[in-house]
Design a protein around this ligand. Structure first.
Ligand code: AMP
Length: 308
């Protein structure tokens, strides 16, 4: 299995200033695997759900080429549940409820065929679980990407720092980068985080795009100005799934290729914002993606002559 992704598979209840949805299907690993499936025919998902999770949805992910041997279904238990409310700018949100449920006792098992993965995406999840997954991989993958959030910084910082020390790329949003590094300047924050272990840091800034840092190099990818943003939930995970899916497909982890990968990740994330839950990702075509990447290229294309 070239690519393995871990993270939550969940029910989400979401409120935006413009609409509301109850117990829609979400979760970090759900978005990551669907986004990666746009580039990779076969990836493995490690996660856990309760027996309240709809089997039909699992079949739909499988049809996209996501292998579910690593997904545990716990009888008599409830799936992870998250609920959030977006502010008017849709860039910031409050978490209303996080019910860990089945995650409380989750012991991840990497199936034998996943253990030689070349690309590993550690999606948002308890850092203890992320560590257990890393420990089951005998040979270090070509690239390990970690995504996390303030919830784990508040509740499990020590374990989180242990995971951060073991990965190549960390993706966080701007507020989380500041919280983790105690630095206001994002340039200083990225430098501090790179000192903790990762070779690269990606700082996501919602509708203002994303920054990629490696050593002293920086690259900026915009977000597409969308006419209508219905629900940004999962945009960060979709970004991460698109990023690692593209790198795995092209099998090239250079800074230059990562620049392409964050454009592709941003393009996919823009689709996720167009509908509630995973609806838009589910029906994406290759043409949709190509057209959107072209829009990104046009968005930042300009000619300038510096007159001395
Ligand atoms: P994003 O909007 O990309 O930050 O991701 C939103 C997704 O993350 C939702 O579908 C939630 O189910 C999931 N999520 C929310 N809180 C957590 C958490 N503490 N750990 C793991 N996943 C979470």
């Amino acid at each position: 299995m070239k690519l393995v992704e871990i993270g939550t598979v969940a029910f989400d209840s979401i409120e935006t200033p413009f609409g509301k949805t109850e117990r829609t299907i979400g979760g970090a690993a759900t978005y990551i695997s669907l986004a990666a499936s746009c580039f990779i025919d076969n990836s493995g998902l490690v996660s856990v759900v309760g027996d309240d999770f709809p089997v039909e949805f699992l079949s739909r992910i499988q049809e996209k080429g996501v292998d579910l041997t690593g997904l545990q279904v716990k009888k008599g238990e409830k799936s992870f549940f998250w609920s959030g409310r977006y502010h008017f700018d849709m860039n910031s949100r409050d978490t209303l409820v996080t019910e860990l449920n089945v995650l409380l006792t989750f012991d991840p098992i990497m199936p034998a065929e996943y253990q030689d993965c070349e690309y590993l995406m550690l999606g948002n999840l308890d850092p203890k679980v992320q560590l257990k997954v890393i420990e089951q991989i005998p040979v270090r993958p070509k690239l390990v990407v970690l995504d996390t959030m303030n919830f784990w910084m508040d509740s499990a910082m020590d374990d989180l720092l242990k995971v951060i020390a073991k990965v190549d790329v960390l993706t966080v949003n701007d507020a989380e980068a500041r919280q983790l590094s105690n630095e206001y300047s994002l340039v200083k924050a990225a430098r501090r985080i790179m000192e903790m272990g990762p070779r690269c840091v990606i700082i996501k800034k919602g509708e203002h795009g994303a920054l990629l840092f490696e050593g002293n190099k920086v690259f900026f990818a915009p977000a597409l100005p969308l006419e209508e943003v219905v629900d940004p939930t999962g945009a960060g995970d979709t970004f991460a799934g698109g990023f690692i899916g593209y790198l795995a497909k092209t099998d090239n982890c250079s800074f230059e290729n990562m620049k392409r990968a964050i454009i592709v990740g941003s393009a996919l994330a823009s689709f996720t914002c167009e509908k509630f839950g995973t609806d838009r990702l589910m029906d994406l075509t290759e043409e949709d993606i190509d057209r959107r990447v072209e829009e990104f290229v046009r968005l930042v294309d300009f000619d300038i002559e510096i007159v001395e």
